[in-house]
Design a protein around this ligand. Structure first.
Ligand SMILES: Cc1ncc(COP(=O)(O)O)c(C=O)c1O
Length: 389
């Protein structure tokens, strides 16, 4: 922003997204920051070098570009600090490594993103961490699972693929009484629709691959912590030698500038399609927390200020064959993983790894990522899928 004196926190969200993190005064008036590539940073003399007495000391420890993005994200999350990492999955695994040690107990929500579960079941177990899964709707009853050695409570709301909503303030309250750190994968809502730290979460995790990128061409992660957890997070990030590529960092900051505009289209279109699906005779249930029929709707309404563009629906009957016929008939929806990009995607969901919440759905579950195409075209495409059943 041209005038550095403006207090960003008092401005509207689109203004902050457009200007936060970097000032044109920082680089000869250019409205965007330069892409800073670099490992070595020179010091003016041996004394400064010996004390590390300057802002930048080595490429992995931050650059003016990584600071521009981290500062913008701190403004959105209300966090003390943000680290940047090369994928959303690293954004999940880094804080788990930062706050867990051998002999600790970790509580992880059963509706967690599949690769998070895989990391917990492999590397965390190998480290000697006892991993226990809990049901997403547990709320304050999490108190019954907390032990003296519970160091982390991992949350993700809505849950992956089935979109259960968690009572985050109630869980955070109990976890803190027991001395545990609360982590949240907030990729679905982004800090525009839910600010985890305002609801008691200590560390907010974001797969920036999704909405901040918005174009299915970048893998990126961001982890933001409150004052209490920031030193430990930063120390672990540095110790592991993690950093994000400069070009990707630039693109994610660029993506933030338009994120609200894109998200609003994803939100409106996804909700319209979810409502259309809810009235379709072949659909048993639509798993979208902004629908009044969703079991977690009241908590979602209390805590979230919007919904994004990915949700699932359940067919009334059938199995793999029916799901594949539906998916194969789609022409605009691509069959692919990930979400948050401009293009719509569909995938048949597998819930076989769940251990606590075995869902008894009458037919296959299909997840849709609603892109920024015209809603009417997407509905026409889905009609082709239903016609093939
Ligand atoms: C909820 C959630 N968290 C984290 C990730 C990981 O992001 P990435 O694909 O950048 O590793 C994903 C990816 O699908 C996700 O859905």
């Amino acid at each position: 922003m041209a005038n550095k004196k403006i207090d960003m926190s008092k401005l509207g969200i689109n203004t902050r997204l457009a200007h936060d993190g970097y000032s044109a005064d920082d680089y000869y008036g250019f409205v965007n920051p330069p892409v800073v590539r670099g490992s070595t940073v020179l010091f003016p003399n041996a004394e400064t070098m010996a004390t590390g007495g300057q802002k930048y000391t080595y490429g992995t420890r931050g650059t003016p570009l990584s600071d521009a993005l981290a500062n913008a994200v701190n403004g959105l999350e209300g966090s003390a600090g943000t680290v940047l990492v090369p994928s959303g999955l690293v954004a999940v695994t880094l804080p788990l490594l930062a706050f867990l040690s051998c002999g600790d107990h970790a509580l992880i929500v059963d509706s967690v993103y599949g690769p998070t579960r895989h990391f917990a079941n492999t590397i965390l177990k190998r480290m000697g961490v006892e991993v226990e899964y809990y049901q997403p709707e547990i709320g304050a009853d999490i108190a019954q699972l907390l032990r003296p050695n519970t160091k982390v409570v991992f949350t993700e709301s809505p849950g992956s693929n089935t979109f259960e909503i968690q009572d985050i303030p109630a869980i955070a309250d109990e976890a803190h009484k027991a001395g545990a750190v609360v982590l949240m994968d907030n990729t679905w809502a982004t800090p525009l629709y839910f600010r985890p730290l305002d609801f008691g979460v200590d560390v907010s995790i974001h797969a920036a691959t999704k909405y901040p990128s918005g174009h299915a061409d970048i893998l990126f992660g961001m982890v933001s912590a409150n004052e209490k957890c920031w030193p430990q997070l930063l120390e672990t990030h540095g110790t592991l030698g993690l950093c994000a590529a400069p070009d990707d960092t630039y693109q994610i900051l660029r993506g933030l500038r338009t994120m609200k505009l894109r998200l609003e289209h994803h939100r409106k279109s996804a909700l319209e399609i979810a409502r259309w699906l809810e009235n379709h005779p072949a659909v048993a249930q639509v798993l979208h927390p902004a629908l009044e029929s969703h079991p977690g709707h009241d908590i979602w309404k209390r805590d979230f200020s919007g919904s994004s563009g990915v949700f699932s629906f359940v067919l009334k009957q059938g199995g793999n064959a029916e799901a594949y016929r539906f998916l194969n008939a789609l022409e605009i929806f691509g069959l692919g993983y990930s979400w948050g990009g401009y293009e719509s995607l569909a995938v048949k969901v597998s819930l076989s790894d769940r251990t606590v919440t075995k869902r008894d759905y009458p037919g296959p579950v299909i997840r849709l990522q609603i892109g920024i195409e015209d809603t009417a075209d997407l509905i026409d495409d889905l009609k082709k899928g239903f016609a093939a059943l």
